[in-house]
Design a protein around this ligand. Structure first.
Ligand SMILES: *Cc1c(COP(=O)(O)O)cnc(C)c1O
Length: 424
């Protein structure tokens, strides 16, 4: 059932023209190169700007100018409840109940706030499991939490080593580490999609294995949200966190998100509290006693930054219209085309690091440049000069992410043509 691909402009253009989601591209600003649309493959790092984002931000600036403090209660989307206007679409996107998600803070902050509640080490059970080579923030955050509780990373940080070629991790390896060390692991903290390898993980299977060992489970969905379909509620995970400037196109430094499973909605977990997490019905009585709002909202600290929520609201509305399932269907074809081009046209220049199985990856392919670092850097610079924007990961990997909302088959072909020209 794999589609029949061809490395021709005609094939790429015909499939772009027939793409049922093709019109969404025009809702985004595509960074130009020499007067034409560039080939942007960096949605895994910073998603492109929805055209409607500017008007949404300007509208809030206008309300501020016209209404002052009354903007909390008036305007199209009153600021008082602003984070609630993104909630339903966010819940839909990550497969959660609306009370399980909240848009707040940024990823690193949310990771710490969640660990305050969900990393509760005891003398017998104090370890955190992460993957070897985790993103620096995640590693720094878990190490600092371990130290904060008086333990030492040397004893309490367990790094899951890759057991497959190219640095990916099998479910068997996850099962083995949990069987061996599960009784001393307090928290399993793994990615939805690993940022370097592009490997996607089975959140439900991991959660089941970890819960069986009595561990709490959290996921970092920085590279998964808006990229692969998620069923967070059904996964059973205790919590998850993400940022919104990658596949979610929320803009640089956009407001991140958190998921707290419904089973914890009314639990009296320890937490770092703030007035915006206080029960909404009595928040403005300004009483001394903190009564958390049930659900993920109860973890909020501050009233939200409206100017950076406005583009996220726009972006989530686009995801709602496109539908994550349809986006995934297109994503499989787009990334499949890129994979086919690399393997059939460029086998002597490039090697794909990301798993072959489609259920073990999202949009991103991590592509190793054969011949070492300097050759890799040379190709990377060459691609930039041709208007092809990926990103570089030491020592020899270029990450290329065709994003189904705005990338085309023609972009993938342009990448392959440029690599071939560079080889000659
Ligand atoms: C992008 C990313 C981050 C970034 O964290 P911020 O707090 O948003 O700066 C953290 N962890 C992972 C895995 C990421 O991919």
């Amino acid at each position: 059932m794999s589609p029949v691909y061809e490395a021709t402009t005609e094939w790429a253009q015909a499939h772009d023209a027939a793409d049922p989601l093709g019109a969404f591209r025009s809702e985004f600003l595509i960074p130009p190169h020499e007067g034409r649309d560039g080939h942007y493959f960096c949605g895994n790092s910073l998603g492109l700007q929805p055209r409607a984002a500017r008007a949404a931000v300007n509208a809030e600036l206008d309300y501020w100018g016209e209404l002052g403090v009354e903007g909390h209660f008036k305007g199209r989307l009153p600021w008082m409840d602003y984070h609630e206007f993104v909630r339903d679409h966010l819940a839909e996107l990550v497969g959660a109940q609306p009370n399980e998600v909240v848009a707040m803070n940024t990823l690193g902050v949310n990771l710490h706030l969640m660990m305050v509640s969900f990393y509760r080490p005891t003398p017998d059970r104090h370890a955190i499991l992460i993957e070897a080579g985790a993103f620096p923030t995640d590693r720094y955050a878990v190490e600092s939490q371990i130290r904060y509780h008086g333990f030492s990373p040397a004893l309490s940080l367990i790094e899951l080593e890759s057991d497959e070629p190219n640095g990916t991790i099998s479910m068997g390896a996850i099962e083995r580490v949990l069987t061996e060390h599960g009784s001393r692991i307090a928290l399993v903290m793994l990615p939805g999609v690993q940022y370097r390898s592009g490997q996607a993980f089975d959140l439900q299977a991991i959660t089941e294995l970890a819960h069986k060992q009595g561990c709490t489970v959290g996921f970092d969905l920085a590279h998964a949200v808006g990229n692969v379909p998620l069923q967070l509620h059904d996964s059973g995970a205790d919590f998850a966190i993400w940022c919104s400037y990658k596949y979610l196109n929320g803009g640089p430094g956009a407001v991140g998100g958190a998921f707290v499973h419904d089973r914890h909605a009314r639990a009296t977990l320890p937490r770092f509290a703030g007035w915006w997490g206080h029960d909404k019905s009595t928040r403005f009585q300004m009483g001394p006693e903190f009564v958390p709002t049930p659900g993920a909202d109860g973890w909020q600290l501050s009233n939200p930054p409206i100017l950076s929520l406005a583009p996220l609201q726009v972006s989530l509305e686009i995801f709602h219209r496109a539908g994550m399932q349809r986006l995934r269907e297109k994503s499989l074809k787009l990334t499949g085309y890129l994979e086919w081009l690399v393997q059939s046209q460029l086998p002597d220049a490039l090697e794909i690091v990301t798993p072959r199985e489609t259920e073990r990856r999202g949009a991103q392919l991590s592509i190793r440049v054969l011949g070492g670092r300097s050759r890799g850097r040379e190709l990377f610079e060459y691609l930039i000069n041709r208007g092809i924007i990926g990103d570089w990961r030491e020592p020899d990997v270029i990450r290329i992410s065709p994003v189904p909302l705005y990338n085309q088959f023609a972009d993938c072909l342009a990448f392959a043509s440029a690599v071939r020209d560079w080889q000659m």
